[in-house]
Design a protein around this ligand. Structure first.
Ligand code: 5GP
Ligand code: ZN
Length: 118
């Protein structure tokens, strides 16, 4: 069982933010911003590659509720899901990083020239 499934099952403790029947939000153990929340579906989905439009619809509203619950909805935030090897996905259970609480930096994501891809 993957670590996020263990969190859903209550086998690993987390600092929770919000949950409903389908989704769970909790604070990232290694925060990259003052607010860094992870949003996961309670059922195992490997990554964004496998999420259904129906699940996405539910997650969208849930992420909006999470942003409001932690007080970053108006000040702004970033929603990221890392997918696969090049995306830097370490935990193979779909999750959204919700980052905020300060002005986030933006820059180059790869040691490669963007114009070399397309
Ligand atoms: P990824 O690199 O897969 O997109 O992100 C995985 C995230 O999960 C990382 O930001 C990491 O800090 C977080 N994480 C990994 N294990 C745990 C854990 O046991 N508890 C919590 N709260 N976060 C975790
Ligand atoms: Zn899982």
């Amino acid at each position: 069982m993957c670590i996020f499934c263990k969190i859903v099952n209550g086998e690993l403790p987390v600092n929770p933010v919000r949950e409903n029947d389908d989704f769970l939000a909790f604070h990232d153990i290694n925060p990259k911003a003052p607010a860094h929340i992870l949003v996961i579906p309670k059922v195992h989905v490997d990554s964004f590659n496998d999420v259904s439009p129906e699940m996405m619809a539910g997650m969208t509203g849930f992420i909006q509720e999470v942003a409001e619950a932690v007080g970053i909805k108006e000040s702004g935030y970033r929603v990221i899901t890392n997918v696969g090897h090049n995306g830097g996905q370490e935990v193979k259970h779909l999750h959204w990083h919700v980052l905020g609480g300060a002005k986030l930096s933006w820059g180059h994501f790869a040691d490669a020239d963007p114009k070399d891809f397309f």
